[in-house]
Each structure stands twice: as C-alpha cells, then as structure tokens.
Design a binder for this molecule. Structure first.
Ligand SMILES: Nc1nc2c(ncn2[C@@H]2O[C@H](COP(=O)(O)OP(=O)(O)OP(=O)(O)O)[C@@H](O)[C@H]2O)c(=O)[nH]1
Length: 284
C-alpha cells in the first residue's frame, strides 16, 4: 500500500519507491505486481511511471490495464460533467483499459447492459469486455494481458468497429440507440478504428504518426496497429501511449492472406476524418 493509499499523479514518487523496493528486495517472491488504484485515480500518470520512468522501466514491464466497471452505477460517473480542463476519471479509466470487466450484471436489465456495452465500446473500441458477477473472471483475462507487448498485438489486435461512427454494420435499432445515446451525453473521449486492405509506405507512416504525436500527443491515450507495408513480407506492429511509440516487424503474411491494416486510436477530441485522411495519405 502506498503511503496515503491513493495512487494519483501526486504520489508517483511513492509508487516508484515502492516498485523499486519490491523488485530489489523481494524479486524472487512474486511473478506479477497488481496495482489497485482508487476509483478516482487517473490511469495516465501510473502508466507513464511504469513505461517511462528510467529506473522502474528497467525492472518492471507494464502488462496491461484492467478496468472493473460497476454496471449498476457507472453511467452516473461517465455522465458526470466536470469543470473545464478537469478529466472525468471514469471515462479515462475505460479509455486506457486493455481489458474491461463489466461487473454486477445481475443488477441491470439486458437492455441497460446492451446500452452500457455500446457506451463503453464508443469510448474504447479496443479492449475485450467480459461480463461478470461478483468479479468472477478467469485469471487469464486479467494477468498476462500483453497490452503493451508488440508480439501479442500482432496476433491479438482487437478492433471493435461496432461503435465507430463510420461503421457499416449493425442493426438499424443499434444505430438509433447509438445516435440517441451520443446525442444525450456524448463524450469527448472516443475510439477511432481503421480497417483497410492495402499497402502502406512505412516512411510515410512514420512521418504521419510522428506528426500526430507532436500535434495531439496529450490527447492520444492509446494507439495500436498492425500494418501491411511495401517491401516487407512481415506485418509492421506499433503501439503507443501519448507520445511514447513503439514499433517493430511482426509475423509474416501468409501467401494467400489478405493484407489488411488494422489501427485503433483512443483519445480526446479525435478528428476521425483527419485520421482517416492521414492514413490514406500513407497508402503506397
Ligand atoms: N449484486 C452484486 N453485488 C456485488 C457484485 N460484485 C460485488 N458486489 C457487492 O458490492 C459491494 C462492494 O461493492 P464495491 O463498492 O463495488 O466494492 P469495491 O470495489 O471493493 O469498493 P471500492 O474499492 O471502495 O470502490 C459488496 O457488498 C459486494 O458483495 C455483483 O456482481 N453483484
């Protein structure tokens, strides 16, 4: 437990100290470190501490962010209007998640659950969602997530297009529900996914992502992608959090495999049209 029990940006020093103490003194006694933040914690600074603190990142690797959602009460938190420049922690906790557990599903109706799932996917179209009662989920769902592991992203990049504003699928009823929903309490935090067959110029992609990070880094919470690039038989994989970007070649494309690019961006005030245009500008 960190000193005051609250894990937010102001106690990052405590977190660093605690993690270093654990890895130095008790390294052989554990496989994973599970950090449970308070309901009011902002995930960004915690992620940043683990990924970019020079000392910490030498010893520990971030496996993933798991967000437990209280299905009965979460909407009131997601809808809470905050003063300007103050983040809504509930929205942020959903946005940064690599895995989402929708708990207490016994306390909501099926329709409520459907609406809630759509709301969550609108914010985070990347994280697999598991429905649960009393927090009961398989250990595999919460440990060994590999949310920041490029090899895992290669095989598992999960893009849920069902709530992207430009998707072509879904029933008329879903469309209606979504539009009505967005209208009532649209959130500035959302996901944009791009799924597109074709070949990309990797230099152009590098330039595009670099520019994007420079201009919108603060607003870009998470991004992941599996790309098909010219001159290579291998996929190109990237993942990022704010201005930290990581990429490398991944698995080889099969001889008859469709070379489909899949990208997902989660962030605040994302300009979907600009993102799609930027992507298309990288096509070879
Ligand atoms: N009906 C129902 N009750 C649940 C479920 N999961 C947890 N509870 C109950 O909810 C109560 C605690 O809820 P929470 O406040 O969400 O628990 P918590 O996450 O430990 O609390 P904080 O960490 O302080 O946010 C306990 O009485 C649990 O038994 C569930 O799936 N269904």
């Amino acid at each position: 437990m960190v000193n005051n029990g609250c894990l937010c940006c102001t106690v990052r020093g405590d977190l660093v100290k605690m993690l270093l103490e654990l890895v130095k003194k008790k390294r052989d006694k554990f496989d994973h470190i599970v950090i449970e933040t308070t309901g009011l914690a902002k995930p960004g600074p915690v992620i940043e501490t683990i990924c970019s603190d020079e000392l910490v990142s030498r010893y520990v690797k971030l496996d993933g962010v798991v967000t437990m959602v209280d299905s009965k009460h979460v909407l009131q938190h997601l809808d809470e209007v905050k003063p300007r420049f103050v983040v809504n922690e509930a929205v942020e906790q959903v946005a940064y998640a690599d895995r989402i557990i929708l708990n207490k599903i016994d306390l909501v109706s099926e329709d409520e659950l459907k609406g809630l799932t759509m709301r969550i996917k609108h914010i985070n179209g990347m994280a697999p969602i598991k429905l649960a009662k009393y927090g009961s989920v398989d250990m595999d769902f919460v440990l060994g997530v590999g949310g920041y592991d490029l090899e895992r992203i290669d095989s598992e990049v999960h893009i849920d297009n069902s709530c992207s504003s430009m998707h072509q699928h879904g029933t008329a009823q879903e469309h209606h529900q979504r539009h009505h929903h967005d209208h009532v309490h649209d959130s500035a935090v959302s996901s944009v996914s791009i799924v597109f067959e074709g070949m990309l110029d990797l230099d152009e992609v590098d330039d595009w992502l670099e520019r994007l990070i420079e201009e919108k880094g603060d607003d870009l919470y998470r991004m992941k992608g599996v790309l098909s690039v010219t001159g290579s038989d291998q996929r190109y994989i990237f993942q990022g959090v704010h201005s930290l970007l990581d990429g490398c070649p991944g698995k080889t494309w099969g001889p008859d495999e469709k070379r489909i690019n899949k990208l997902v961006f989660i962030g605040r005030n994302l300009d979907e049209t600009a993102l799609r245009k930027g992507f298309k500008g990288c096509l070879a």
